[in-house]
Design a protein around this ligand. Structure first.
Ligand SMILES: C[S@@+](CC[C@H](N)C(=O)[O-])C[C@H]1O[C@@H](n2cnc3c(N)ncnc32)[C@H](O)[C@@H]1O
Length: 262
């Protein structure tokens, strides 16, 4: 069973690197409020867009190229009673929106998975309002990873991911010429085998197990644990940055009397 097939069965929510804490950091640092219009690129099954809508009732549009994920996201928004979160099937490289329509364009760990990344970035900037915020959460290696580990991850997610380090991953977004108004840098937490088995058991516990014979259930659990262990091994070499950039942040003339947190 491929990882994508597995995910459609277990229906684990897809979150940006750092999860809920990252979403809350972006909402606060990008000054999201009820009147904001937010675009979530590569929204997958909708967790981020729904959380933005729950926080502020901001009008939030999630787009993803995967139709099955969008169908799940729509159903999840109904269950969460968040009518201000809506979802569309769309390609990040050709966004179906007018110029200058969003206060926040959020791209978690998505852009590095897109074949023409420069075209996607051009589109994010096109739909951003003049004073809008672009938030990105690029992931990168903190140290050279074992080659066979990267090969296994590539074949599990069926994407030929490139091995990138912090400078290259963050410079890509700085190349927009926008002002960087916030950046926090993180390493992924180390997780034990017990953390993984407990997590997988909890997620599988949410689905209807009467659909499966007990052998099939055990196999599903074992496959899930083995994918999560592979990702844990890979992420143990990785970190990510929460970056918030703003067009015309008003700091171009320099600032003199700034402070340092104590
Ligand atoms: C790692 S997952 C989502 C990550 C999560 N939303 C986040 O914030 O990090 C990447 C998602 O991007 C979607 N995706 C990949 N290429 C895309 C494209 N060209 N346009 C829109 N979505 C795309 C995939 O279908 C998948 O749901």
């Amino acid at each position: 069973m491929s990882y994508n097939e597995l995910i459609s069965v277990v229906q684990e929510t897809n979150r940006p690197p750092g999860g809920l804490a990252t979403i809350h950091e972006v909402a606060a640092k990008a000054f999201i409020r009820g009147e904001s219009r937010i675009l979530d690129i590569g929204c997958s099954t909708g967790f981020t867009a729904i959380e933005f809508a729950r926080l502020t009732a901001a009008e939030t549009v999630g787009i993803d190229i995967n139709e099955a994920s969008i169908a799940i996201a729509r159903a999840r928004a109904v269950r969460a009673n968040t009518p201000s979160a809506t979802f569309e099937v769309a390609d990040a490289k050709a966004l179906p929106f007018k110029d200058g329509t969003f206060d926040l364009v959020f791209c978690g760990n998505v852009t590095s998975l897109i074949d023409d990344q420069s075209q996607a970035l051009k589109e994010y900037l096109r739909v951003l309002r003049p004073n809008g915020f672009l938030a990105a959460v690029p992931m990168y290696y903190l140290e050279p990873p074992p080659k066979d580990l990267v090969d296994k991850v590539r074949s599990a997610i069926q994407v030929p991911i490139a091995v990138k380090y912090k400078r290259e991953a963050t410079d890509f977004f700085r190349s927009t010429g926008l002002d960087l108004v916030h950046q926090s840098d993180w390493a992924f937490d180390q997780k034990s085998d017990t953390d993984i088995t407990t997590f997988c058991r909890n997620i599988l516990g949410q689905i209807d197990d009467t659909r499966f014979e007990s052998d099939a259930w055990r196999t599903l659990n074992n496959v899930y644990v083995s994918y999560m262990s592979l990702f844990r091994d890979n992420l143990s070499h990785m970190g990510y940055s929460v970056m918030i950039l703003r067009r015309d942040a008003g700091i171009d003339e320099g600032e003199l009397f700034t402070g340092t947190r104590r």
